[in-house]
Design a protein around this ligand. Structure first.
Ligand code: AGP
Length: 687
C-alpha cells in the first residue's frame, strides 16, 4: 500500500518551484497510505515544442529519500541548492510523478523508493501502488537480457520491462510505437494488483496510468473555465485535446485532488489513461489481444464520463485539532448524523418507524432467505461487525458467523450459495477482505459491501451495499469509521428484520436509540480531560487489559487495538466470560485492567467479574453507566468512568469513545506519532 500522484500542466506556464510544491502537497495528502520513504521525478529542462528531439535525450530528474515526505522535501531542496537547479524556470507543459511508500519488498531506503527506473538514463520511470506477484520470473528474464537491478522491489521489473518492449519494437523497425502500446504490452506480463503511472524521456510531456485492483483517480482542471472563458461542464470537451490550458492530476485517492478540482474520473480495472497534448484518452486493456503480425496492438479508446467529487477541502484539513485522530474522534456526532441521514424514518404517531437502505432494497428478500450471514473484515472493521452481530442475530433470526478475512482464506472455510457475505472495510481496498470477497463470489454467496469509499474495489465488486458516509478518515487508527460501521450494521439488522411483527417494538426502540446517538456522543466526548488524566497515570505502563462481554466484547477488542496500534503499548481485549480460563493468572496489584460494565443483560455478570478481580487486588478502571459508580466499585476502590446510557445494542458506539480518547492521549504523552503509527499505513493493499 502506497500513494501515487502525478501532475501535468498543459499550455499554462508553471515554474519548477510550483510544480515541486504541487507534487509535495499531493504526497502530503497521501502520506497516510505509507510514510517510510518517498520520491518524485520532474523534467530537467523546459524546451519549446519545436525542440522535441532534444527533449527525448534529456533524462528526467529523480529524487528519492528514506523517511516521511518532509525528509524528501528537505533533501530535494538541498539537492537543488547543490546543483544550482533553477527553481524559477518555467514550463508551459510538464509531467511530474510522485510516490509515498509503505515498504513491502525491500527496506525503506532511497534505492527501494519510487520512482523506480529502467536504467541510468531514466528512459522509463514508474510509481506503483500494489504488488507484482510474478516479479521474480520477470526479473530472471530481464537479467538474462542484460538488465541489472539495484533495488529489492517488485516494482523495478516494470520500468525495465517497458524499456525492453520499447527497444525491441524499435529493433524490429517499429519506430512509431506509442507510449500506450508500450504500457499495454507491459501490463500483459504483470500479475498481481497495481496502479501505475509511467513517465518516459522518449515521450516527453506525456503520462500513462493504468490499474488492476489498486485505486486510481484522474482529476481535470480546465483553467479557461476557471477564468470564465470556458463553456459549461462537458465530459467530451474536458477530455479532448482542445488546446485549452489545463492541469491534469492522477492520484491514489480523492484527498490529493479535491484542493485542485472536483471533476474526477474513477479509473476502472484494465483501463489505460494516456495524458497527451492536454487531452486524455482512455484505452481498454484486453489480455486476450496480444501482438498482431509482430507489431504491438492498438486498442480502441473508450468513452468515460467525469463525475463530481462530493467532498470539501475542510474535510481533509485538521481544522482546530492537532491531529487527524483527535479531529476524527471529536467529529463523531456529525459523522454519525451523516451516516444516518435520509435512512431513518420516524413518521407521525400512526406511522411506523423504519429504515431505508437504498443500496439494499432489491436484495432484502434474498438476504432474508439466507441460511447464514457471514461477516468478513479485518482489524477495526471486523470489530465493528462483531459489535453489530448480536442485534443482527436478534432482529433477523438468521445465524451470523464472523470471519477474519485472512483466516477465512487460510482455511478456505466453507461459503455457500445460500449465504449472504457482508464485507466490511473502511477503505474498501484491503487486500485480505478483497480476496475474501472474490472467494465468496466464486462460491456463489450474495455479497454485500459496507465501505466508506465510493468507487472502491469492494464497493464495486459486491452485488449491493451500504456506504457508511463517515467522511474522509485520514488518521491510520480508525475511529469515526468504526462507530459509523456499527450504526450501518444496526440499520442493516433493522432492514432485514423489517417485516417481523414480533420485534416491531424492539426495532422502534433501536431506531429511537439511533436518533439519540449524536447527542449522547457529544456528552461522552466531554470525558476528554478525564481520559487525559487517566492516560497520565498509565503513561509508563507496559500493558493494559480490557475486559468486555456481550455487546461490548467488541468494545474490549477495539479499545485494546487502539491502544496497541497508536500508543505502542501492549493491550489485549478479553472476553470477560473467559477470565477464569486463563487471563486471571495475569492479575496482580500492578497490571491495569479496564472493565466495561455498562447496563445491559450482562451487567450482573460483569459485577461478579469486578468482584473477583478485586479479590485478587486487581488495579481496576471500570466503565459504567452514569449513576452506577457505587454498584460497580466496591468501597470506592477503583477508578470509575461514567458514560451515558444508550439502547443496549448501540452502547458500543458510546463505550468506545473513552477508549479512543485514552489511546489518543497515551500516544501523545508517550511521544509517539498519533496519525502515522510505526510500521502501519491506512489501507493494507497487500496480503
Ligand atoms: C484500524 O485502526 C486499523 N488501522 C486496521 O485494523 C484497519 O481497521 C484494518 O486494516 C482494516 O481496514 P479497512 O477497514 O480499510 O478494511
Amino acid at each position: 500500500m502506497c500513494g501515487i500522484f502525478a501532475y501535468l500542466n498543459f499550455n499554462v506556464s508553471r515554474e519548477r518551484r510550483y510544480i515541486l510544491e504541487v507534487l509535495f502537497n499531493g504526497l502530503r495528502r497521501l502520506e497516510y497510505r505509507g510514510y517510510d520513504s518517498a520520491g518524485i521525478s520532474i523534467d530537467s529542462s523546459s524546451y519549446s515544442g519545436s525542440d522535441l528531439n532534444r527533449q527525448i535525450f534529456t533524462p528526467p530528474l529523480v529524487f528519492r529519500q528514506e523517511g516521511n515526505i518532509e525528509s524528501l522535501v528537505k533533501s530535494v531542496y538541498q539537492d537543488v541548492d547543490a546543483t544550482d537547479l533553477n527553481l524559477e524556470e518555467s514550463f508551459s507543459i510538464h509531467a511530474g510523478i510522485a510516490h509515498t511508500r509503505w515498504a513491502t519488498h525491500g527496506e525503506p531506503a532511497p534505492r527501494n523508493s519510487h520512482p523506480q527506473t529502467s536504467d541510468a538514463g531514466n528512459e522509463f520511470l514508474v510509481v506503483h501502488n500494489g504488488v507484482v506477484t510474478n516479479y521474480e520470473v520477470l526479473k530472471e528474464t530481464l537479467v538474462r537480457h542484460g538488465f541489472t537491478f539495484e533495488s529489492e522491489t517488485d516494482t523495478e521489473v516494470i520500468p525495465k520491462l517497458a524499456k525492453f518492449v520499447f527497444d525491441k519494437a524499435n529493433e524490429e523497425g517499429d519506430q512509431s510505437v506509442t507510449f500506450s502500446q508500450v504500457v499495454i504490452e507491459v501490463m500483459r506480463h504483470l500479475e498481481g494488483a497495481y496502479a501505475l503511472i509511467f513517465k518516459s524521456r522518449h515521450y516527453p510531456n506525456e503520462l500513462i496510468a493504468c490499474k488492476r485492483g489498486s485505486p486510481l483517480l484522474l482529476g481535470v482542471k480546465e483553467l479557461a473555465e476557471e477564468a470564465g472563458i470556458g463553456a459549461s461542464f462537458n465530459d467530451t470537451k474536458f477530455l479532448s485535446s482542445n488546446g485549452q490550458p489545463k492541469e491534469l492530476f492522477l492520484s491514489s485517492d480523492a484527498n490529493a485532488l479535491v484542493e485542485h478540482t472536483k471533476k474526477v474520473l474513477v479509473v476502472e480495472d484494465g483501463e489505460v489513461v494516456h495524458l497527451k497534448d492536454g487531452g486524455v484518452s482512455i484505452l481498454k486493456f484486453d489480455q486476450a489481444k496480444g501482438k498482431r503480425g509482430g507489431t504491438l496492438s492498438r486498442p480502441a479508446s473508450v468513452q468515460r464520463a467525469l463525475s463530481i467529487l462530493e467532498m470539501e477541502v475542510e474535510q481533509i484539513n485538521k481544522g482546530k485539532y492537532e491531529h487527524y485522530m483527535q479531529k476524527e474522534i471529536h467529529e463523531q456526532p456529525e459523522s454519525l448524523t451523516t451516516t444516518m441521514r435520509g435512512r431513518l424514518i420516524r413518521g407521525g404517531s400512526c406511522k411506523a418507524k423504519t429504515v431505508l437502505l437504498g443500496g439494499l432494497k432489491d436484495h432484502l428478500k434474498t438476504i432474508r432467505r439466507s441460511r447464514r450471514i457471514v461477516f468478513i473484515g479485518c482489524g477495526t472493521s471486523y470489530n465493528a461487525a462483531l459489535a453489530a452481530r448480536p442485534i443482527l442475530e436478534e432482529l433477523s433470526g438468521i445465524p451470523v458467523t464472523m470471519e477474519i478475512a485472512s483466516d477465512l482464506l487460510d482455511r478456505q472455510g466453507p461459503i455457500y450459495r445460500e449465504d449472504t457475505a457482508v464485507l466490511v472495510s473502511q477503505s474498501g481496498e484491503t487486500a485480505d477482505t478483497l480476496n475474501a470477497l472474490e472467494y465468496a463470489l466464486e462460491n456463489g454467496a450474495l455479497c454485500v459491501g459496507i465501505t466508506n469509499t465510493v468507487g472502491s474495489a469492494i464497493a464495486r465488486k459486491t452485488h449491493c451495499g451500504v456506504h457508511i458516509n463517515a467522511g474522509a478518515e485520514i488518521g491510520v487508527a480508525s475511529t469515526k469509521a468504526y462507530t459509523s460501521q456499527i450504526v450501518v450494521m444496526a440499520m442493516l439488522a433493522l432492514a432485514i428484520g423489517g417485516d417481523l411483527i414480533s420485534s416491531q417494538e424492539r426495532r422502534e426502540a433501536v431506531i429511537d436509540g439511533l436518533f439519540d446517538l449524536p447527542s449522547k456522543l457529544k456528552e461522552v466526548l466531554k470525558l476528554d480531560q478525564e481520559m487525559k488524566d487517566l492516560a497520565k497515570l498509565l503513561i509508563a505502563e507496559q500493558s493494559l487489559l480490557v475486559f468486555g462481554r456481550g455487546y461490548n466484547y467488541a468494545t474490549a477488542l477495539e479499545g485494546a487495538l487502539k491502544v496497541k496500534e497508536v500508543a505502542l503499548m501492549h493491550s489485549e481485549g478479553i472476553l470477560a466470560g473467559e477470565m477464569k480460563h486463563g487471563p486471571l493468572a495475569l492479575v496482580d496489584e500492578t497490571l491495569p485492567i479496564f472493565v466495561i460494565a455498562t447496563r445491559d443483560a450482562c451487567f450482573s455478570k460483569q459485577q461478579s467479574v469486578i468482584q473477583q478481580l478485586h479479590a485478587r487486588k486487581g488495579r481496576l478502571i471500570v466503565m459504567c453507566t452514569k449513576g452506577d459508580a457505587a454498584s460497580v466499585c466496591v468501597g470506592g476502590s477503583c477508578r470509575v468512568i461514567e458514560v451515558p446510557q444508550a439502547e443496549d445494542c448501540l452502547q458500543p458506539v458510546i463505550n468506545i469513545v473513552p477508549l479512543q480518547l485514552l489511546a489518543y492521549h497515551l500516544t501523545v504523552l508517550r511521544g509517539h506519532n498519533v496519525d502515522q503509527p510505526r510500521n502501519l499505513a491506512k489501507s493494507v493493499t497487500t496480503q
